[in-house]
Structure formats: C-alpha cells, structure tokens
Design a binder for this molecule. Structure first.
Ligand SMILES: C/C(=C\CNc1ncnc2c1ncn2[C@@H]1O[C@H](COP(=O)(O)O)[C@@H](O)[C@H]1O)CO
Length: 176
C-alpha cells in the first residue's frame, strides 16, 4: 500500500518521536511504501529513516523551494513547482493518508484532503495518529461541525482517529 504521511518538519521530544518511529517501523515491516514531503527535516526525516531501516520504500514529493532539505536515499524523488502541486501529487500517489503530529503545514495538508473527500473527489482513508491527545482540539472542532450540521456527510466517513501506531494499521486494514 502507498501510504502518504503528513507530519511535522521539526525535531520533537520522545513523547512524539517515539510513536512516529514505531509507526515507521510498522509501515516498513508491512512492506508498504512511504509517500511524504521528501525532506530530511525533523519528524519527516526520522520517519523516512525508520521506514527505510524496516525495509519499506520511500517516495518523496519535493517542492522546489525546499529542495535543499531533500532526503538522500529515497527510492524516488518527484520535484513539484509549488505547494499546491505537491499536495495534489501527495494525494494522487496515496492509497491512504495518515496524519502524525504536526504544525500548520500538516494542518493545511489534512484540511485539503478532507475538503476534497467531502466533495467526493476521492475516497481514500484518512487516519490521524492522535499521539498524546495532540489532536483533541481538532477532534472537538470536527465533532461540533458534524453535530451542528456543517458537514454534508457523517464525520466518521471522512476521518478516523487512532491512539497507537498499531491501531492506525487496524483502521487501514478495515478500510481496504
Ligand atoms: C523546518 C525546515 C524546513 C521545512 N522543510 C520542509 N520540507 C518538506 N516538506 C515540508 C517542509 N515543511 C513543511 N513541509 C510539508 O508540510 C508538513 C510539515 O509542516 P509542519 O508545519 O511542520 O507541520 C509536511 O507534511 C510536509 O509535507 C527548516 O529546517
């Protein structure tokens, strides 16, 4: 399975990096391919190192403006002209999307994927690994949208949340 992952470009403490490393190991050992932003920065680099060490493949979708942060050792690197083109490519290459902890870049990516799914422009599973309750706020906001009529279809059809790396793969298996 090609699994597109959105996550932080910053180095984070063990609370966040250990579950990301565990997720990377499971992805690689499962024989999956990591599709990601193609950077060696922070959690993105840790993720790629972990997938590679566990025998998985790496497909990096880079953007010209961040080419100097390219991960060395990917199986394939795709250069895109701008962030919009990169987001489209990250989704086009995915069988499923997984979201790890991250900042504005990650939030932008997952929001776009959900908006496209809302309009039935794709039907790919989207699973959030909610490490340390990092996404409690997002969960609350999305639930409120669901309960108060801001979504055209049930939230559960758009996104699922997992508490552990292993649970992410349980959700992905159930969706495929
Ligand atoms: C942090 C530094 C450079 C950032 N380099 C990036 N390289 C590749 N992809 C990136 C980078 N920054 C953001 N992205 C994309 O957004 C997500 C991470 O953003 P966040 O704001 O950290 O959550 C990630 O999924 C990428 O696709 C300087 O060292």
């Amino acid at each position: 399975m090609n699994i597109t992952v959105f996550c932080s470009a910053y180095s984070l403490d063990d609370r966040y990096s250990a579950p990301a490393a565990e997720f990377a190991r499971l992805l690689g050992e499962g024989g999956h391919t990591l599709v990601w932003g193609g950077s060696n920065a922070g959690l993105m680099g840790l993720l790629a190192d972990g997938v590679k060490a566990a025998g998985g493949k790496l497909v990096g979708i880079l953007v010209e403006l961040l080419a100097h942060k390219a991960y060395q050792g990917a199986d394939e690197l795709v250069m895109t002209r701008d962030l919009a083109e990169r987001k489209a490519e990250l989704l086009a290459r995915a069988d499923a999307v997984v979201v790890l902890v991250g900042g504005l870049g990650t939030l932008d990516e997952v929001t776009e994927v959900l908006e496209l799914k809302k309009h039935n422009l794709h039907g790919k599973p989207v699973v959030v690994l909610d490490t340390e309750g990092f996404y409690d706020g997002l969960r609350t906001q999305l639930r409120r949208m669901d309960e108060e009529g801001f979504l055209p279809r049930p939230l559960a059809e758009l996104i699922t949340f997992a508490d552990t790396p292993a649970e992410v793969f349980t959700h992905l298996a159930a969706a495929s």
